[in-house]
Design a protein around this ligand. Structure first.
Ligand code: SF4
Length: 225
């Protein structure tokens, strides 16, 4: 069975169990910058703090990268207090704003015309931004063909014998992006569905009984990871 066929089968199994993932991480009128911050702050359209963040994205210094960088980290802590875990992310918001200015100036909805790998590399230099978060930002906020390789994605792939551990970051990235035909909507769906199955069944220890991917396990059961 090819990687694509396996991943396709996994998506079907997950979609059969779970509702289609909510794609509305942002308002349709959101700028690219606003989408970036929504992902960074972990506030989707269905989150209770969505309205508050929407207001801040219009009327506070986080409305533009230049205003955010011109604001002290301390002030940003105060501004982000109404957002859950917002104050802890004030420094990274400021650093991301500085990164954005170097890439796109104050253009809020820029063309992402450089290679995804160049954005990945430069964003990974920012303290507080882990590799999986960078990939999440690039996929969900910038619509670039990058798959978030988080703990759940790795656990599921290793436990099912799709990949071996240890694996180089680029190889894991290539496994998911090629296996999902670099289709951005499919990558978004799969990433969200994996996150749900990770919460429900595939955490630190696998609880395979009743998991929608149980029928896809190796005959000997989940592999060690
Ligand atoms: S809990 Fe078991 S069946 Fe479910 S995804 Fe994890 S390893 Fe697979």
């Amino acid at each position: 069975m090819t990687i694509s066929t396996r991943l396709e089968q996994a998506i079907v199994q997950l979609q059969t169990r779970y509702q289609p993932p909510d794609h509305s991480t942002a308002d349709a009128n959101d700028s690219g910058w606003s989408r970036f911050l929504r992902i960074l702050l972990g506030i989707s359209a269905s989150h209770p703090a969505d309205e508050t963040l929407t207001d801040l994205l219009v009327s506070s210094p986080i409305a533009t990268p230049s205003a955010a960088t011109g604001t002290s980290a301390g002030e940003l802590v105060e501004i982000l207090k109404p957002i859950p875990r917002g104050p802890q992310k004030a420094s990274v918001v400021r650093a991301v704003a500085a990164w954005w200015l170097t890439q796109f100036g104050d253009e809020l909805s820029p063309e992402w015309s450089a290679s995804p790998s160049s954005y990945r590399e430069s964003l990974r230099q920012i303290r507080g931004l882990g590799p999986a978060t960078v990939d999440e930002l690039l996929l969900f906020a910038a619509d670039l063909p990058v798959f978030p390789i988080d703990r759940t994605a790795l656990r599921v792939a290793i436990r099912h014998g799709w990949i071996d551990w240890p694996i180089e970051d680029d190889d894991a990235q290539s496994f998911f992006t090629s296996g999902l035909d670099r289709s951005i909507p499919v990558m978004k769906d799969f990433s969200r569905l994996l996150s749900i199955v990770g919460d429900d069944f595939c955490g630190k220890e696998p609880h395979c009984e009743g998991c929608p991917l149980q029928s896809m396990l190796p005959a000997s059961g989940p592999r060690e990871c």
